[in-house]
Design a protein around this ligand. Structure first.
Ligand SMILES: [Zn+2]
Length: 157
């Protein structure tokens, strides 16, 4: 089946979906997986295997309210997604910024606690707060910069 036919079929199955349902079922990620699987199928054995699996998944969309259909669908979805992470150098959305925000909060809080203890000689809540917020900001900026090249090459799913 042609790529455009697959996309049309998804469109047809989801035309009555609310935005929250569309997001909950990760339809835009499914579209991305279908497009990129098609693009890689010629030179990746696993992608050429996954292409017909994804095609079958399109017809499951209409039954996904039912958990009996949704669990195996999601299992397959995650497997295919993981293949892109492992073999094609993709990352999940907010992969670095999410991670670095947590590191930033920990390091920022730690440094602020050290400064408060060594220099001010008392635990000052505002110093700890400033340290944590600064750490989070630096973490977010660093993570976003690292994600930039993945955004440019469209390797986020
Ligand atoms: Zn592949």
């Amino acid at each position: 089946m042609l790529l455009q036919d697959k996309l049309d079929r998804i469109e047809k199955h989801t035309e009555n979906f609310s935005i929250s349902k569309y997001n909950f079922l990760k339809i835009s990620a499914l579209v991305k997986l279908i497009k990129d699987t098609d693009a890689n199928a010629a030179h990746c054995e696993k992608c050429s295997e996954n292409a017909p699996r994804l095609e079958k998944m399109i017809d499951k969309i209409q039954y996904l309210d039912d958990i009996v259909y949704r669990s195996p669908y999601e299992k397959q979805f995650n497997e295919i997604r993981k293949h892109f992470h492992k073999e094609h150098g993709y990352i999940p959305p907010l992969y670095f910024s999410g991670k670095y925000i947590i590191y930033g909060a920990i390091v920022g809080l730690g440094l602020a606690a050290l400064i408060a203890f060594l220099i001010i000689q008392k635990s000052a809540v505002d110093v700890l707060l400033v340290g944590t917020v600064t750490g989070i900001s630096i973490g977010y900026i660093t993570g976003s910069l690292k994600e930039k090249r993945y955004r440019h090459t469209n390797r986020i799913v």
